[in-house]
Design a protein around this ligand. Structure first.
Ligand code: MEV
Length: 331
């Protein structure tokens, strides 16, 4: 029996969501929450595609779905997996069934990169099963292509950080760089519980840009200066400046229309309870708030936020991106 396992991390965006779609750099990091995919070929049991998750139930598709481009499933949670199978299974008739288990610790649809982690781990695990792709760069290309079926203008940033891991500087048209940071970065995520569609929010910003081109360009160049100063502040480990720049970035996100009253309320509470800086992270429209705090304030901060009824959890930056394990055998 041949089996593969791949896991890919969630992400936080420290600076630059949305602006990255319009050729500005973004600063983002992989965090210590993962989505894991286990795949195996079923030689003996049913000849079908068996999909299981720890939070979206189970589904069985006929093997024929790989070859008939059935569009009825495009809105289903499992569609990215079927899309990846369509790319990786070359035979006209696949003789064996496949079981794919998805186990995720990443809250879904709240800006922490669950879709990107699904695409990255999915491509790695399925391509491992059929021995298709050679390295992380090739996996990343197909993962971004897959993510674009979910939101067509994806900058690719989420898949990049989920693949390579660490604290990264990424620009759509140039190389990815690992950033140095010289201090403990103590981040807390606060979940508004309001799910969003990244594609809809990217379209909303695009409409804002088209209707207010001059204002958007002005906001975008303000962001560009924030990003340069943020790289320096991270290198110096200057927490006060990092926090201040997060607050400035948040003001720009409000101006382009992706913040919400609930996000603003959480940010105000965060500052009241001692956050050094606070902003939305990811596409916005609800989702999660990212607050930077002094490490010694962590417990106090979390208890205050929980008393206010919010789900919140500390996260740390994880160096490792995609992890893959291919078990071969006599199959
Ligand atoms: C979503 O995590 C980040 C956005 O900038 C979209 C993208 O980069 O594709 C909002």
């Amino acid at each position: 029996m041949l089996g593969t396992t791949a896991s890919a991390p969630a992400k936080i965006i420290l600076f630059g969501e949305h602006f990255v779609v319009y050729n500005q750099p973004v600063i983002l990091a992989s965090i210590n929450k993962r989505l894991k995919i286990e795949c195996k070929i079923e030689v003996e049991s049913n000849k079908a595609i068996n999909l299981e998750t720890n939070n979206f139930g189970k589904k069985i598709y006929p093997l024929s779905i790989i070859k008939n481009n059935n569009q009825d499933i495009v809105n289903e949670f499992f569609y990215p997996i079927i899309y990846i199978l369509r790319k990786m299974v070359y035979h006209n008739t696949e003789p064996y069934g496949i079981t794919i288990k998805i186990i995720s610790e990443i809250p879904y649809g709240v800006g922490l990169g669950s879709s990107a982690a699904l695409c990255v781990a999915g491509v790695a695990a399925i391509s491992g099963l059929y021995k298709r792709l050679k390295n992380k760069d090739e996996i990343l290309d197909i993962a971004i292509e897959t993510e674009r079926i979910l939101h067509k203008n994806s900058s690719g940033a989420d898949c990049v950080v989920s693949t390579y891991g660490g604290l990264l500087y990424y620009h759509k048209d140039s190389n990815v760089k690992t950033l140095r940071f010289s201090n403990e970065l103590s981040f807390i995520i606060i979940n508004t519980g309001i799910k969003h569609s990244t594609g809809d929010l990217v379209s909303l910003v695009n409409r804002f840009r088209k209707n207010n081109l001059r204002e958007f360009n002005d906001i975008s160049s303000k962001y560009s200066r924030i990003c340069c100063r943020a790289i320096k502040a991270l290198e110096e480990g200057n927490l006060l400046n990092i926090g201040k720049l997060m607050n400035e970035n948040q003001i720009l996100l409000e101006r382009i229309g992706v913040s919400t009253p609930e996000v603003n309320k959480i940010i105000n509470l965060s500052i009241k309870y001692g956050a050094i800086g606070s902003k939305l992270t990811g596409a916005g429209g609800g989702g999660c708030v990212l607050s930077l705090i002094h490490p010694s304030d962590k417990d106090y901060f979390v208890s205050k936020m929980e008393k206010n009824g919010y789900e919140c959890f500390p996260v740390s930056i994880e160096d490792q991106g995609l992890k893959v394990n291919i078990e071969s055998s006599d199959f």
